[in-house]
Design a protein around this ligand. Structure first.
Ligand SMILES: [Zn+2]
Length: 275
């Protein structure tokens, strides 16, 4: 599951022995620099910046993973060093150590936030990184910007031992998933679920229960998953965000989203309990 490891301590400034090896999270265009080792991959480890030929655009100290300092850097999109590759975080799922992938997800979001908030959204002046908190500050108008998170609700709706799965036009062929959508300003999570389900498939739900949450760094979502029971309405895809929807029994599930996703865990939890 994609999450910050429990033994990761976020921090703004390093507090370690300057000779200690650093775990480097190096990004170009959102992809992470890795070296293949057998079936898996590893990240660069060195006490000083090991890639003199890669021009850096920005660097951020992240914190320590089990006492080891972690630094993120964004570099110009250039040829990777010999034996290394830039790969997407999605492609690294199950190949990179789960804890490192969790920190990489954190790093990717902070690098992207830092990159896209170099100038103040209020007055256009250049912003500065704060030394005392994870924020950027505008010295001209005093505006502060913090790393952004976009909450997304997701719900597994059950009726008579079957669950509601639906297809968005962007899904690979044959793949269905639970319904999900961004929370609108002013809404509660519960309201967002009721609205999304009604808008997308014309169904009302009841008995909303929290299931779990997961970071989804594409680019900065927080997936918040619930289960619910069918309460009424005739199932009808809206034809725009959802092109097909149906009720599925555990033994008869269609193609599912990536096991990396919160949606997969929600559906797998249903399937493993036999409905
Ligand atoms: Zn400003």
């Amino acid at each position: 599951m994609l999450r910050l490891p429990d033994d990761f301590q976020p921090a703004l400034l390093p507090e370690h022995d300057p000779d200690a090896p650093i775990q480097w999270f190096v990004f170009a265009g959102g992809n992470l620099l890795v070296r293949s080792v057998g079936e898996g991959v590893e990240l660069p480890l060195a006490s000083i910046w090991p890639f003199a030929k890669l021009p850096t655009k920005r660097r951020l100290y992240l914190g320590a993973l089990n006492g080891r300092p972690c630094h993120a850097a964004e570099v110009e999109a250039a040829a990777p060093p010999p034996g290394m590759r830039f790969e997407s975080l999605r492609a690294l799922w199950t190949r990179l150590d789960e804890k490192l992938l969790g920190v990489a997800s954190h790093a990717a979001q902070l690098i992207e936030w830092d990159r896209s908030h170099q100038f103040c959204g209020c007055c256009g002046a250049p912003t500065e990184r704060r030394a005392d908190e994870r924020a950027r500050h505008c010295p001209a108008c005093d505006a502060m910007v913090y790393p952004r998170l976009s909450p997304v609700v997701m719900v597994r709706v059950a009726r008579d031992g079957e669950i509601l799965l639906a297809r968005a036009p962007r899904f690979p062929p044959g793949v269905y998933s639970v319904l999900a959508g961004f929370v609108e300003a002013g809404e509660t999570l519960e309201q967002a679920i009721q609205r999304e389900v009604l808008e997308e498939v014309n169904v009302r739900v009841r008995n909303l229960r929290y299931f779990a949450s997961q970071s989804w760094p594409f680019p900065h979502s927080l997936m918040i998953a619930f289960t619910a029971d069918y309460a009424g309405g005739e199932l009808r895809a809206d034809g725009r965000e959802i092109v097909d929807a149906g009720w599925f029994a555990p033994a008869d599930l269609p193609g599912l989203p990536s096991p990396m996703s919160m949606a997969w865990r929600l559906i797998q939890d249903f399937a493993s309990r036999g409905g």
